[in-house]
Design a protein around this ligand. Structure first.
Ligand SMILES: [Zn+2]
Ligand SMILES: [Zn+2]
Length: 349
């Protein structure tokens, strides 16, 4: 596995790639594979719907001082905002670490990548696999069948194409933009990136021709990338667990977590209800739970609009399981239809 440091590696000029960072290393490997009639897989590890600020020189991304997750750019009013606790700060024009002018990044979409790859390698037969192209029942089997038959030169898409990695004629695998996953506003961002990159690194190049894996990133020293390159879950856990342990903001497995999601048709009503849930939790923490409960928020969910609803959430953390149990039972007794409660949630979108 080759970790391609986008801060310093030679890149195809922006005049040809637009906003897409395309290293000469990945470009050369793809062209070579196409000439030899081998196949290529290009992965995007996260749909980029959250815009974050990153320094192109040192890779620094502003995070929330209370929650240690990446802050997200909001336009109205213009601010960086934390999707866990609601913390806000001005959008920095220069990097706090090195002073370089910052850059706003949204992460690539699969369609955007497909368009670019189509222009860059005009003779290649390209298939895209993501939620949009696999809505019908057998769609993703059909796409993988075409790859297996050799009717596709470049398969690109999201995590779901990791299944295609066992094809023996696939000799180049590119994780195009590891940073979108790393700086996703989620305390599991590092874990998810580690899992994907480790899976890709472990399974590519199964055929007799072998294979090369390229991971493009501006954070090559991030423990998720390094542990994935070393194929080591133990190495990842050893670096990640201290980051979820006090004095860092604690997260599972170091603390229990309950998420209250408030969703209604009306944005103002959602925000107001979310404030009430947070106030109720803070009062309970103070008056009944001896401060054994920490409340974050309210804040808009990273997916603020979903299926026509406006969504906000409030997070409650405690190292005492019985405290969270009491909170959940007390809330359920109130049974508010616009509020759903999720104990130890797998997703915080
Ligand atoms: Zn910097
Ligand atoms: Zn925060």
């Amino acid at each position: 596995m080759e970790v391609v440091d986008l801060r310093s590696t030679p890149r195809i000029p922006a005049a040809e790639t637009g906003v897409i960072a395309w290293s000469e290393a990945l470009d050369g490997a793809i062209s070579g594979a196409l000439e030899r009639r081998e196949q290529i897989i290009l992965l995007l590890n996260r749909r980029g719907f959250a815009t974050f600020v990153q320094c192109p020189a040192c890779g620094n991304v502003p995070g929330c001082p209370q929650c240690a997750i990446a802050l997200t750019v909001h336009q109205t009013p213009p601010a960086l905002r934390c999707h866990y606790c609601g913390h806000e700060e001005p959008i920095p024009e220069t990097c706090a670490m090195c002073g370089h002018v910052t850059q706003r990044l949204r992460g690539l979409g699969t369609q955007q990548l497909e368009r670019f790859v189509g222009m860059r390698y005009p003779r290649a037969r390209i298939a895209r696999m993501d939620l949009d192209t696999t809505t019908s029942k057998w769609a993703h089997h059909h796409i993988l069948d075409r790859v297996a038959r050799g009717d596709v030169d470049i398969l690109l898409g999201t995590q779901m194409i990791a299944k295609g990695l066992d094809f023996p004629n696939v000799t180049v695998v590119g994780v195009v933009d590891a940073d979108t996953g790393l700086h996703f506003p989620d305390f599991r961002a590092g874990e998810r990136t580690f899992q994907l990159v480790a899976q890709v690194a472990g399974r590519a190049g199964r055929g007799p021709r072998g294979g090369r894996v390229f991971v493009q990133t501006r954070a090559p020293e991030h423990h998720a990338i390094r542990a994935a390159a070393a194929h080591s879950v133990a190495q990842f856990a050893a670096a990640e667990l201290p980051l979820r342990t006090p004095p860092q903001p604690p997260y599972p497995p170091r603390t229990g977590l309950v998420r209250f999601v408030i969703a209604t048709d009306d944005h103002a009503r959602t925000a107001e209800l979310a404030e009430k849930v947070a106030a109720w939790l803070r009062r309970a923490a103070r008056e009944r739970l001896d401060g054994m409960l920490t409340v974050l928020g309210p804040a808009p969910c990273p997916l603020m609009r979903l299926k026509g609803k406006w969504r906000w959430h409030v997070l409650a953390k405690s190292t005492e399981p019985h405290v969270l149990g009491r909170v959940v039972r007390a809330w359920r007794a109130k049974a508010h239809r616009a509020v759903s409660v999720d104990r130890d949630p797998q997703s915080l979108l």
